[in-house]
Write a protein that binds this ligand. Structure first.
Ligand code: 9D3
Length: 233
């Protein structure tokens, strides 16, 4: 998969995408990632990329001209153009799966108060937010999307890890896990896990997962009920 990123802060991308699974996916040729500085597409000698909103109000907007030229240049006819903005639809595992199905993504990150609306209307295929909190710009959200999408590319994960992921869908939190030693600073591992009784262990884990999900993420159980009733004839 090819992923191009258009950003005012290319320096933010050095580091997080050069480690671990993303690093390996890039080295293996599964991910061809290129970071582009929007400022390189500015027209004037001051490299202006933003301006004040018509009608007044706080902050600045990204001007249409550099964005149009950059996106037309980088997207060609092939790329899925995805804006990162607080007004986007919520990112999720399901959206990551959708994006992983495209051969070429162009992620366009905003800042300040956002994009001139004509960019949205004419160039964007999708617009994504990673959650309801305010960040300083869209660089970290773009990296979150790249991370979640890359690990879904065939061959990016070890076989055991991907198989594990399939059986454990994202509608339940994980059960508590322990490793050696069986007692640490007087803190004991639950007896059942040392019993060797695999049926009992499976039952205990399922119960713990459900208790934890009820406590922390009741919304996940509600979604599960809804998808169960959806699929019942
Ligand atoms: C006008 C009020 N603000 C919207 C909540 C303006 C604004 C604040 C921060 C516009 C852009 C930003 C920078 N954030 C992003 O570009 C961004 C983001 C985020 O802040 N939270 C979650 N997901 C995303 S994706 C892009």
């Amino acid at each position: 998969m090819r992923v191009d990123v258009l950003t005012l802060f290319p320096g933010m991308f050095a580091g997080p995408l050069d480690e671990s699974i993303i690093k390996r996916a890039r080295e293996a040729g599964l991910l061809n990632l290129q970071i582009h500085n929007l400022r390189a597409y500015a027209h004037d000698r001051h490299k202006t990329v933003d301006d004040r909103p018509f009608g007044g109000g706080p902050g600045m907007l990204l001007k249409p001209e550099p964005l149009f030229e950059a996106i037309e240049d980088l997207a060609g006819e092939t790329a899925r153009v995805v804006l990162l903005s607080p007004s986007g639809r919520g990112f999720s595992q399901a959206v990551a799966r959708e994006l992983a199905g495209f051969e070429h993504l162009l992620l366009v990150t905003g800042h300040y108060e956002g994009f001139d609306e004509r960019v949205r209307a004419e160039l964007a295929d999708d617009e994504i937010s990673i959650g309801d909190y305010v960040l300083t710009n869209g660089a970290l959200p773009a990296m979150v999307v790249i991370d979640a999408v890359t690990r879904l590319l065939p061959g990016a994960l070890g076989d055991d890890q991907s198989a594990l992921d399939e059986s454990f869908s994202h509608d339940m939190l994980e059960f508590p896990q322990y490793t050696r030693p069986a007692e640490f600073r007087g803190l004991k591992v639950p007896e059942i896990l040392l019993s060797g009784n695999h049926a009992e262990i499976a039952r205990w884990r399922a119960e713990q997962a459900r208790l934890r999900t009820t406590e922390r993420r009741p919304d996940l159980l509600e979604q599960r009920k809804m998808s169960e009733s959806d699929s019942a004839e």
